[in-house]
Design a protein around this ligand. Sequence first.
Ligand SMILES: [Zn+2]
Length: 155
Amino acid sequence: MFDKDKTCYYNFQKYKVNDVSTIEEFCNKYYKPDRFKTRGQEYMDCVIKSDYKDMENYGYVIISHHDSITGEVVAFYGNEIAQNDEYKYTLLSTGESSKKYGKCEVCGEHVSEVFLQSETKHYKFEHDGQIYEGWTHNKCNSYFGHKECLLSKRR
Ligand SMILES: [Zn+2]
């Protein structure tokens, strides 16, 4: 029931960087060159694809201290965080069109700049007298598509 991944969302916030706006930029800037750039396009595409999956599932991506150019963990949380009592949203641009990331998952149309929105839900429960609180992606919806379409999906 208690999953430690759910609390990492906050644990990594102290490593958050704000000077990049896409996952590609984040990887280009913060990976050691020999852990990313010099490994070839296919490898880079693979890393970026898996980072999008993480962004979709967890709302952030990290580079470990072994792989980062700073020697410390670095984390990227997208560029817009909106929050109400129950839900939190991260929005980020892929910097690419539907040609690379597919049609809008909300309206099904072509998108010239595809965005990803990740939704997380606040949870709080008591177990054996201890209170567990944090953010989960359980039963949450994350979408790729037009920025306007994603904004319209917020609850
Ligand atoms: Zn759309």
